[in-house]
Design a protein around this ligand. Structure first.
Ligand SMILES: Cc1ncc(COP(=O)(O)O)c(C=O)c1O
Length: 446
């Protein structure tokens, strides 16, 4: 059944699905009607248990930056294990790998950020950043933006702007939401080329109307991933940072999805967009699939925590750090940021061409290799085409292409392949999408 992992006896998809349905929490679903079992991966490709190859245009969930199983990372991990290098220690001891990862991160950090802390995930990174902001300011209120996602832990989830991710008993005190900078569905009914950045001004009125006039933090992603790769106007960020600081808050730039070069301009979009952030959080692409998160912080925030202890058992673990350090090196050596921009531009142009042909495509947006295609039943009414998005994902999968989806109504196709993707693979994505959209429209035409 599986030609790639002969030594492993694989269980059938049906058996795995049934076990999950019976014993896993009902909180996680599958991307596809018939879930596939992924067993092997190399660079931009993954293989299922039947030996079928797919171009991985979602990379887990936006985690694969340097490509699956990069030879340099593989070699380093094999050498570490074979030489009995320490697999686990904590930051209570010295070890070289976290220092070398921190060095590489700080080389690329936005101006003024010279402190680093590691975590195991993006949620924990945001949790730490929010805690640091509250500690530094002595304030509680965190302003987030509707449609955001910041993670599954307490403070991170409380700042999550989608009802589907929120739970009944979940503490939501100490947070308030500003309206979303979502140009395609502008809550102020404006057009991007003629608007007066009402969305940025709304951060100020939110602070004035739903806090006591001082805040601990504002948190936002440069491209709102789970929200459906919502891409706010560049000027929004600078204006909001100014507002946030004038009300005493710390600006947290959540680069869990956008970081590690995926935005196609710098390692961090915070730098490209010239956001005067006090903290940047990272995860996902930083470890190229390893469970690693990081917070970059300005000294003035970090120093307020002197005398306190923040401890995270697995943060800075040698094997995770080796993977992160090498991922950052590979991104630089192989010029993957530049590739993300070039391939991202080709894809975006291609999607815009497809938009002219397929009315199901309402909007094309994103930066670098974080590209969203919003599907609508009718370009005028913009009614979300959620069922069509699911069907389209399956049609692409059948043709050997894996993509993700997001957005409040699950109607945004998310394309975020490894940063190593090449032109031929870009063409494959465009052709597969074109063909699948045609099949879909044939199926829906009476
Ligand atoms: C922008 C953003 N922040 C934070 C998180 C949480 O990261 P993790 O799932 O690693 O805890 C995510 C996860 O999707 C994310 O997209």
């Amino acid at each position: 059944m599986n030609e790639h992992n002969d030594s492993i006896q694989l269980r059938s998809n049906e058996e795995l699905t049934n076990f999950r349905k019976k014993h896993f929490l009902p909180t996680a679903g599958f991307y596809h009607k018939e879930p596939i079992q992924l067993v092997k991966a190399q660079d931009t490709y993954v293989w299922d248990s039947e030996g079928k190859r797919y171009l991985d245009a979602i990379g887990g969930i936006v985690c694969i930056s340097a490509g699956h199983n990069h030879p340099k990372i593989k070699k380093a991990l094999i050498e570490a294990i074979e030489s009995d290098a320490i697999q686990h220690t904590s930051l209570l001891y010295l070890n070289q790998a976290p220092i070398e990862t921190a060095e590489r991160l700080l080389e690329e950090a936005p101006y003024g950020m010279d402190k680093v802390s590691f975590t195991n995930s993006g949620s924990e990174a945001n949790e730490l950043a929010i805690m640091a902001a509250r500690h530094a300011t002595g304030e509680t209120m965190v302003v987030n933006v509707r449609h955001s996602y910041h993670g599954g832990t307490s403070a991170a989830l409380a700042s999550c702007g989608h009802s589907i991710w929120r739970f009944k008993g979940q503490p939501v005190t100490g947070v308030t939401s500003a309206l979303e900078p979502y140009c395609y569905r502008c809550p102020f009914k404006q057009k991007p080329d003629s608007c007066d950045l009402e969305c940025a001004k709304n951060v100020e009125t939110t602070i004035q109307n739903s806090t006591h006039g001082k805040i601990a933090a504002f948190i936002l992603e440069p491209v709102m991933g789970v929200g459906g790769f919502i891409t706010p106007p560049d000027d929004y960020f600078r204006e909001v940072a100014r507002i946030v600081h004038s009300y005493g808050g710390k600006y947290i730039s959540d680069e869990v999805q956008t970081g590690a070069g995926r935005g196609g301009s710098d390692l961090l979009l915070t730098k490209t967009l010239d956001i005067d952030a006090d903290m940047v959080t990272m995860a996902k692409g930083l470890g190229n699939g390893a469970p690693v998160g990081a917070v970059l912080m300005k000294s003035e925030v970090a120093e307020t925590m002197t005398g306190k202890t923040y401890f995270n058992t697995f943060a800075g673990d040698p094997l995770q750090m080796i993977q992160s350090k090498l991922t950052l090196e590979i991104i630089k050596e192989e010029q993957l940021v530049e590739n993300a921009r070039a391939m991202g531009d080709l894809l975006k142009d291609g999607f815009s061409q497809l938009q002219k042909k397929h009315p199901l495509i309402g909007d094309v947006r994103g930066r670098g290799l974080l590209l969203g295609i919003e599907l609508v039943k009718d370009p005028q009414t913009k009614e979300p085409a959620s069922d069509e998005a699911l069907r389209l994902m399956d049609l692409c999968k059948d043709k050997g292409l894996l993509v993700g989806k997001g957005g409040q109504f699950g109607n945004v196709f998310r394309i975020a392949p490894p940063l190593t993707i090449n032109r031929e693979q870009v063409n494959f994505i465009l052709e597969t999408l074109d063909q699948s959209l045609s099949e879909l429209s044939d199926a829906y035409t009476p």
